[in-house]
Write a protein that binds this ligand. Structure first.
Ligand code: OAD
Length: 242
């Protein structure tokens, strides 16, 4: 039996599926990943654009970078891998939860309804001084500077930066969903950024079958029940289409 047949066997009859995704899920839509050649972090000092300190130092530069990423995301379209996930989510009696590190909104644009965004969204803003609440903002370019309506401090992208905590309660919710899943499907993540990377350990520790889709091996590949080597846009339709 080949890998795809084994994986389809593990999915057969399953209702509760959690999909843990990373930048690789959006790659075939045209979004750059973070690591490796051509990645967003290559040749860029992460501290400049993805830390609270970087924003304090030069908020205009940070907004310029996020405006570009917004524009890029809006120019992209979901691909057959997103569509296969959403078709599975829409099956009667299916309970599929997406736990994603992606901030590009592509899953939602494909029609996904249950999406836990571990790292926030490019399309929301929040107060940089910590006033509670976030609101949707789709403007490209973002007309920086914009004051927080409550305190007048600057609005910033509602994404998680380095040195920051994840949005309150989201990790617990993701852990709960994974703990009660019948299968965990991990797609397009290098698995090196915590705490997202450790979420797969919950499934491994509870003997919940783990399937991984990635064209490259990752630290998870040898631990997963089935490693499906290949791009999401090809592998997901053949895994999930009935
Ligand atoms: P990475 O850039 O670290 O990893 C992307 C993964 O996608 C790699 O393992 C690639 O092999 C894989 N990949 C590439 N093309 C693919 C395809 N067509 N189909 C499937 N997989 C493919 O991205 P993440 O793991 O998402 O955090 O990175 C995690 C976090 O690191 C990001 O959310 C971001 C970054 O710093 C923050 O900004 C907080």
């Amino acid at each position: 039996m080949n890998a795809i047949e084994r994986a389809r066997g593990l999915l057969s009859g399953v209702r509760r599926l959690v999909v843990l995704s990373g930048a690789g899920l959006s790659a075939e839509s045209g979004m750059a990943t973070f690591r490796g050649a051509g990645g967003l972090w290559e040749g860029r000092r992460v501290e400049e654009v993805a830390t609270p300190e970087g924003f304090q130092r030069d908020p205009a530069l940070v907004w310029e970078w996020y405006s570009q990423r917004r524009g890029q995301a809006l120019a992209c379209r979901p691909h057959p891998g997103h569509e296969a996930l959403v078709a599975w989510e829409r099956r009667p009696e299916a309970h599929l939860v997406h736990v994603t590190q992606n901030v590009d909104g592509l899953l939602q644009r494909a029609g996904a309804e249950r999406v836990l965004e571990l790292h926030g969204s490019l399309f929301r803003v929040k107060c940089s001084a910590g006033c509670p609440g976030e609101r949707e903002d789709l403007r490209v370019p973002f007309p920086h500077p914009q004051p927080c309506p409550r305190c007048g401090d600057l609005l910033r992208p509602a994404v998680v930066w380095f040195h920051e905590m994840l949005p309150a309660g989201i990790l617990e919710e993701a852990a709960r969903e994974i703990g009660s899943a019948e299968v965990l499907l991990v797609v397009g993540t290098s698995g090196v950024v915590q705490p997202a990377a450790s979420l797969a350990d919950i499934a491994l520790g509870a003997a919940i079958p783990v399937l991984e889709v990635n064209p490259e091996e990752t630290p998870l590949s040898s631990l997963a029940d089935v490693f499906l080597k290949g791009p999401a846009g090809k592998v997901l339709p053949s895994l999930l289409d009935s």
